[in-house]
Design a protein around this ligand. Structure first.
Ligand SMILES: Nc1nc2c(ncn2[C@@H]2O[C@H](COP(=O)(O)OP(=O)(O)OP(=O)(O)O)[C@@H](O)[C@H]2O)c(=O)[nH]1
Ligand SMILES: [Mg+2]
Length: 664
């Protein structure tokens, strides 16, 4: 039997709700308002992090009318989308918070795609209704609908007095409410000015729901009036299946619409069993199944692994995957509190689970089936880092390893050839936040610079080069004489060496030293870069029975190589990457312009697969031009544009580019 009515008869277990949405939409404000409405003292303002831009998902627990909830307040910046996706992986429902400006709805496209990909039920909370002015919610709704594949159904219509929105009509119960700051809204008589709009919106709601609900459709066809119970039931079922998104309205800052949202959350958030079924997790049996979705090093508290318990329960001190659990934390109202045990459905912090990283499925069985977890996103920005104090060099690697445990999108690359340590990630803000955290939480201060480009050089002509070493120092001398042929090879063919010595003019035992020295000489060519794709042949030479040695032949070879390379028309090569830029198609021309300005050669564009209204622009772009491209792209595209890139080939650098390479 489906549950009817707005007051569910049964008790719910712990459920997890993720608050997601564009930067600054009011997610943190809404989370605080939800907590306050659930009886938690207002904490806002006491912690400076609350007012700052969100950079990671924050967990808070509360109980609303007897139903336990875990709220995950996610960051909005696109550079922390990996944090959002991790939260979505363990949530029962996503609340998409946005503002009412229709032009900004486009920012929700990538988020809706992410939620759809997870098959996660969601509802939309249009916040900041106080900023709507003389705009209309229906325009916001239409703009949002363009971005969402799921039908959006408006649950409320606003009541206005002049330009101010003072309350709303609930379309299911057809009751009108007036907002009261920080308090439950007051039930009022439905103003006549809103009745026509209310009727229209209510039939739209019923029609959309009927598309997914046979019983409701039948009533419709029989011209019967849909009761609130019919609508509640259809709404719940559709929402739980990700069939529709209910749209609610509010003013989080004043607590407006927050209790109405709570009602929807209590009624429509799927239970653990429904989410587990969606994710293919077997809930029968009682062995523990939990998944770590976030890791934080808390300093004195040690490592804390945030996990959703999908099945079973756990007690402090149990062995998990070979680690003894060192503390269970919950966060009532957002403040950490130690508990002795946790049960199915809960989202908790687990202390000191050594060797267990973000994404891991944990249980008593070490070989438990691993639940899928979002992959690390491809990096779009890179910075070279060096410690401010050389004494920290020894600790840097360990600190970076801990930081990487906390930040799944951070990639660390030791580039031995260019002698630099590079961190890669989701943009300037993400990497700067990582650097700040490295200093604050892990005690290592570093400075960041633009990474050096992997320039190379090669030669264009063949040369024959002779070199002779003849030195008399004190007792015995040094003697070696070589004739080398140095020749360009095809791109990517690398280095080759061959000896064409006949008649032992250079004894066999010295030849390996010649080969080694020839290869060594390629580490720094006439332009100071690594020389690639060169063939060296030892053609001729002479030796001295006493004064010749490996060292003498190596020195002579180096001399020949140095002189020879300089004469063989050396040329700088620059790395070229294939870039695939992804933008809403209103920005396709701008993306092409950006790529051209960065010396990109446009290869063409096509529709982005599975993303209606988006294009993919492909181009070959010099590596040296990619630095900072994401920042410019985002500022041109309302933060929406992104790209992937990979090394494609080395190409001869011309003019200014070559000079830049030489200047280092
Ligand atoms: N006018 C108005 N402003 C609001 C409302 N809700 C939040 N704000 C303001 O919007 C700004 C951003 O609010 P936050 O709650 O930090 O937004 P957020 O979505 O958590 O931001 P990120 O975590 O950085 O993505 C703050 O200045 C809030 O005071 C609202 O209902 N009306
Ligand atoms: Mg926030």
């Amino acid at each position: 039997m489906p549950q009817n009515g707005s007051t569910p008869a049964r008790k719910h277990g712990p459920r997890a709700v993720a608050l997601v949405g564009p930067q600054g939409a009011g997610k943190t404000t809404l989370a605080e308002a939800l907590l306050a409405a659930a009886g938690n003292a207002a904490r806002r303002g006491t912690d400076p992090r609350d007012r700052a831009m969100g950079t990671d998902a924050r967990l808070a627990h509360c109980t609303m009318d007897g139903d336990p909830f875990a709220l995950l307040d996610c960051p909005g910046s696109i550079e922390f989308a990996h944090e959002v996706e991790a939260a979505l992986a363990v949530a029962d429902l996503a609340v998409v918070v946005c503002d009412p400006t229709p032009a900004r709805a486009i920012a929700l496209g990538p988020l809706f795609r992410m939620i759809e990909q997870h098959g996660l039920p969601s509802l939309v909370f249009i916040n900041k209704l106080d900023t709507l002015g003389d705009g209309h919610v229906r325009d916001t709704l239409a703009a949002l609908q363009e971005q969402s594949r799921r039908p959006l159904v408006l649950r409320q219509v606003p009541i206005r007095e002049g330009e101010t929105i003072t309350g709303y009509v609930d379309l299911v119960s057809e009751r009108a409410y007036r907002y009261r700051r920080g308090e439950a809204s007051e039930l009022v008589r439905m103003p006549e000015t809103v009745t026509a709009r209310e009727q229209e919106a209510r039939s739209q709601l019923a029609e959309t729901l009927a598309d997914h609900d046979d019983a409701l459709m039948e009533k419709f066809l029989e011209d019967a009036i849909a009761t609130p119970e019919d609508l509640y039931r259809a709404m719940h079922n559709d929402l739980a299946q990700g069939g529709v998104d209910a749209v609610l309205l509010g003013v989080a800052e004043r607590g407006g619409g927050v209790r109405r949202l709570w009602k929807a959350l209590r009624h429509d958030t799927p239970d653990l069993a429904e989410s587990a079924a969606r994710r293919g997790i077997a809930t029968e049996g009682d062995g523990l199944i939990a998944q770590v979705f976030k890791t934080v090093h808390t300093g004195h508290g040690g490592k804390l692994s945030y996990a959703r318990i999908w099945r079973g329960g756990l007690r402090d001190g149990t062995m998990l995957d070979g680690s003894r659990l060192g503390g269970i934390s919950k966060f009532p109202g957002g403040e950490a509190e130690k508990v002795a045990e946790a049960s199915a459905g809960e989202v908790v912090g687990l202390g000191r689970l050594d060797g267990i990283g973000t994404g891991r499925t944990i249980g008593p069985d070490k070989d438990a089936r691993q639940l899928p977890f979002p992959a690390t996103p491809a990096p779009v920005h890179a910075l070279a880092i060096t410690t401010d104090d050389r004494k920290d060099d020894m600790r840097l690697n360990a600190a970076l390893a801990r930081l990487q445990e906390e930040d799944t999108a951070l990639i660390v690359q030791h580039d031995a050839q260019l002698g630099q340590l590079v961190i890669e990630g989701q943009g300037e803000i993400h990497l700067q936040a990582a650097i700040a955290r490295l200093a604050k939480a892990h005690g290592v201060k570093v400075s960041a610079t633009r990474p050096r480009t992997g320039y190379r050089e090669t030669i264009r002509h063949q040369v024959r080069q002779h070199a002779r070493l003849k030195r008399q120092t004190g007792g015995h001398g040094q003697f070696a004489d070589v004739v080398l042929e140095i020749e360009p090879r095809e791109r990517g063919e690398g280095f080759s060496f061959e000896s064409r010595i006949v008649g032992g003019v250079v004894p066999k035992r010295f030849i390996p030293a010649v080969e080694e020295a020839a290869e060594e000489a390629l580490k720094k060519g006439p332009f100071g870069q690594i020389v690639v794709d060169v063939a060296v042949r030892l053609m001729d030479g002479t030796f001295h029975s006493v004064d010749s040695s490996d060292m003498a032949f190596a020195t002579a070879t180096r001399m020949a190589m140095q002189e020879g390379l300089a004469k063989a028309s050396p040329v700088v090569l620059e790395p070229i990457h294939e870039v695939s830029m992804l933008v809403p198609n209103s920005f396709t021309a701008a993306a092409q312009r950006l790529l051209s300005e960065r010396r990109g050669q446009i290869l063409g564009y096509s529709e982005r697969e599975g993303w209606p209204g988006w294009d993919e622009v492909k181009a070959l772009v010099p590596e040296a031009e990619i630095f900072g491209m994401i920042t410019e792209l985002r500022s041109m595209t309302l933060g929406l544009g992104t790209y992937t890139h990979r090394f494609d080939h080395l190409a001869e650098a011309q003019g200014a580019a070559a000079q830049k390479a030489v200047a280092g």
